[in-house]
Write a protein that binds this ligand. Structure first.
Ligand code: R5P
Length: 266
């Protein structure tokens, strides 16, 4: 792998552990001011010290994030749809020169395997991988799943493998039963999305199961920023992913952080 590309990837997936805690805060690109991200800058700021990278769009990056931070940025470059329309009809929205100008560590897009616009999103992945390779910028492919599709190992294994075959340098997918089969069939690192908000312990259990079964970490959004203690939650997720802590230990970190804040406010 090209030195620059490997160096950028090493800023995200820490070589010491082979793992990463990515904070996904790009939801506004198709959901608008979604719950917890109405004021992205305010939400993101206290979480930055615990994130190995931030995944967001150029609009939030340029307007809400201090350029002085040294946290690697994973820039979402696909879009063009909203929750009001067919979500799979995405295209590339941001060019690689803009990504370079923004000094990002990786670029990311969604692919919709089995979706109405499967071909166009896969062609976009191929194009982005070419550009990423040209400039030494890794590409993260997100396996987006249509409402009607099953999030099982067969489907996710297919989508992740296609992403890697077409040139993605790492892949983001969903956790599922038999997750190790998805990992086994994918020759590049995998991280999991958190998905819809779950109870905190349940989300921590999912992160624990994913890394125990071969994920290189998480790229989690709603289960962090929609928690009643976002800082507590990201610290707890970090304890599991980067420090191999148990779910009970991590849950205690979440609870202690939440209680401390409540006491400080009382
Ligand atoms: C969706 O395509 C976006 O990339 C989100 O970043 C992704 O769904 C991860 O966030 P969450 O953990 O909230 O599912």
């Amino acid at each position: 792998m090209d030195w620059g590309l490997q160096n950028r990837l090493s800023r995200i997936i820490k070589p010491k552990t082979g793992r990463t805690v990515m904070l996904a805060v790009d939801h506004g690109y198709f959901q608008g001011p979604t719950t917890g991200l109405q004021q992205p800058g305010k939400t993101i700021k206290p979480l930055i010290p615990y994130a190995d990278s931030l995944m967001l769009t150029r609009g939030v990056l340029r307007n809400c994030i201090d350029p002085g931070i040294d946290t690697p940025i994973v820039l979402r470059v696909s879009g063009g749809t909203s929750v009001l329309k067919e979500l799979s009809n995405e295209g590339l929205m941001t060019c690689v020169e803009e990504a370079i100008r923004l000094n990002v560590a990786a670029i990311t897009l969604s692919i919709f395997v089995g979706g109405e616009y499967e071909r166009q999103t896969l062609l976009a992945l191929g194009q982005l991988a070419d550009e990423g390779n040209k400039y030494g910028i890794p590409v993260l492919a997100v396996t987006a799943v249509g409402r009607e599709m099953a999030r099982d190992a067969r489907y996710l294994g297919l989508a992740c493998r296609i992403a890697a075959e077409l040139g993605a340098h790492f892949v983001k997918t969903y956790y599922c039963d038999d997750f190790e089969k998805v990992v086994e069939g994918c020759p590049v690192p995998l991280v999991i999305a958190g998905g819809k908000k779950l109870a905190e312990r349940e989300a921590l259990q999912m992160a624990y199961n994913a890394v125990s079964r071969g994920a290189s970490g998480v790229d989690m959004g709603r289960n962090i920023f929609q928690s009643d203690s976002p800082v507590g939650m990201i610290k707890a997720v970090r304890a599991i992913v980067q420090r191999n802590m148990s779910v009970d230990e991590a849950y205690k970190i979440y609870e202690d952080t939440k209680t401390k804040k409540a006491t400080a406010l009382a």
